[in-house]
Design a protein around this ligand. Structure first.
Ligand code: GLU
Length: 424
């Protein structure tokens, strides 16, 4: 059986417009003043840097980089560093804002921040990426630090990137400061369980949402868009939990099997070839067609804006678990809500990554490392607690899980801001 194929490259709506619309919805529910709304809608600090890069062939090139702290009322800025060709200040602003609400929803003592470099990392050597990372870090040095703003991996960056950031920062300060980044390799103060934390958190959130309807993980058919750090581990964990994974995709395309993919062979194929594409015993499917598959659960785990008015109308899943940041536009969200599809929003569903980042930072600050079991247990506890709080608020107020999560996150940030008062 051949799955339908549709074009993938239509322009994505602005993630900042989506983030602003979500905030406006929460502000309306909370009845905040326009002054408070404006404060919550605006980044606290932004830095925009030029990154001159010496390429391996001797030529030079100028890249642009950003670090944006959306809010630091509840603690230091926290958030990932993204390397992607479409990174621009508005995208980083949106992602920083999402980090603020996300950290507040899972009750971490952090604000929200994000960084980015406009680069397609696939076109650069490891040595070039190291030079980009070190120069970017030097340029944003005054803004970051374990008490100021703590970085983590995001799309296009990984453990190695975090080690370079940590090293550049530490060498400049004159001593080793592991807590300036999270998502580091274990050998330089990383935490057990961090690499898989976002995916585990996604599965915890999904399990809790399904349980509300009396459904188990082993009873559902799932499609997962995105097979990077988050999607690939989520696929594995879901297969282990007995879910049937019908389709997965990455930036090169997707694969589909109406009877369920053999996930361990698929993982071996990806390890060998670098993509899900071409996996034997499956049909090709593109990223848009995957969203419309007849499954119980759809997990967007790639980029922003994929569920818009048009694609949301094609979704057949009963649950959408947002493993990516900002995968649903405001119009798409409305369509999903009108159609009775339950959306577990990004700021809740994918918060497992930043939860274990917090554990890594706590461990680094104490110079005392926990066991994997302690980390997994505390992660599950945090995720289930956050889900229960959000789901209860949604039921009590008749809101969607997204509105409930946003309202809780925004309220916690506003309360911190108000109780601190204005200076001067
Ligand atoms: N980049 C991840 C996110 O969007 C992790 C952020 C962090 O751990 O600081 O949630």
């Amino acid at each position: 059986m051949t799955a339908p194929v549709t074009p993938v490259d239509k322009p994505r709506p602005s993630p900042l417009a989506t983030a602003h619309a979500q905030l406006a919805g929460a502000v309306e529910i909370l009845g905040y003043s326009s002054g408070l709304h404006e404060m919550l809608a605006t980044s606290r600090r932004e830095i925009n840097v030029a990154i001159p890069l010496r390429r391996d062939d001797g030529s030079t090139e100028l890249l642009r980089g950003y670090r944006i702290q959306h809010n630091i009322s509840r603690g230091p800025g926290k958030g990932g560093l993204r390397y992607a060709p479409n990174v621009d200040p508005d995208e980083v602003r949106a992602l920083a804002m999402l980090m603020t609400w996300k950290c507040a929803v899972v009750d971490l003592p952090y604000g929200g921040a994000k960084g980015g470099v406009t680069i397609d990392p696939r076109n650069y050597s490891k040595l070039e990426l190291e030079r980009v990372t070190r120069r970017y870090t030097s340029e944003i040095m005054p803004m970051i630090g374990p008490e100021r703003d703590i970085m983590a991996p995001d799309i296009g960056t990984d453990e190695q990137t975090m080690a370079w950031v940590m090293d550049t920062y530490s060498v400049n300060k004159g001593y080793t400061i592991p807590a300036v980044t999270t998502g580091k390799p274990l050998s330089v103060g990383g935490s057990l369980g961090r690499a898989t934390a976002t995916s585990r958190g996604v599965v915890h959130a999904m399990k809790a949402a399904l349980a509300d309807a009396g459904v188990g993980l082993n009873e559902v058919r799932v499609a997962i868009q995105g097979f990077g750090k988050v999607g690939s581990h989520a696929t594995r964990f879901l297969a282990e939990a007995g879910s049937t994974v019908l389709a997965v995709s990455d930036q090169y395309g997707g694969v589909y099997d109406a009877n369920g993919l053999d996930v361990s062979s698929l993982l071996a194929h990806v390890k060998q070839t670098g993509s899900v594409v071409g996996f034997a015993d499956s049909d090709p499917i593109d990223n848009t067609a995957l969203l419309a598959l007849d499954v119980d659960v759809l997990i967007p785990a790639a980029v922003e804006g994929v569920l818009d008015e048009e694609t949301a109308a094609t979704v057949k899943a009963r649950w959408v678990i947002e493993a990516a940041n900002g995968p649903t536009t405001s119009a798409g969200d409305q369509v999903l809500a009108d159609r009775g599809i339950i959306v577990v929003p990004d700021i809740l569903a994918n918060a497992g990554g930043v939860v274990v980042s917090y554990f890594e930072w706590v461990q680094a600050n104490q110079a005392y490392w926990w066991t994997e079991h302690e980390i997994e247990e505390r992660l599950e506890q945090r995720m289930l607690q956050a889900y229960a709080t959000v789901a209860q608020a949604a039921r009590a107020d008749g809101h969607t899980l997204r509105d409930a999560a946003l309202t809780i996150g925004v309220r916690r940030v506003a309360e911190a801001h108000q109780i601190r008062g204005l200076y001067p």
